[in-house]
Design a protein. Sequence first.
Length: 187
Amino acid sequence: MTNWYTADLHFNHANIIRHCTRPFASAEEMDKEILQRLQCVGEDEDLWILGDFAFAKNAESRRYVAELFEAIPGRKHLVRGNHDHKSTRNLPWASVQDLVEIRDQEQDLVLCHYPLITWNKARYGALHLFGHVHDDFTGYHGALNVGVDCCDFRPVRLREIQSRAARFEAQPPIGIDANGNVEKQSK
């Protein structure tokens, strides 16, 4: 079984283009391009969307977002983000969670919309995947931003995640040691 990971699609959200300097002239153009790049997911594969799927504030936009959802292949899982309101959560997801721990091949993963300082099994090699911060923060030791703004507007698989995460091993953020543990602060 193949798993794919992504975050921060922000379908139907014109303002995100300006906020994140996305290279699209309109929300419609952005939606079409992201939807096209999601077609790499197979019908029998799992797509984990780590939050901020879409904006739908009225009946017409909810119908539009539902059509986009149906056009995305695979079993779709939502790890809820701060912009995933009731209309998004009510789509026919395979699962909806705030944080989830899964195993992809032999790799333990902790999926959350938000970047965490530490997570379960961090000291044993578990990777943390997140979104939320768009292209402001790409990752740190053991943690990787899989948002579309960092991943060429497409989902990624484990092999690419592991390759990108390895770049951060020598440079954990302040307060996190090389094993993903919170360092004690001196007084």
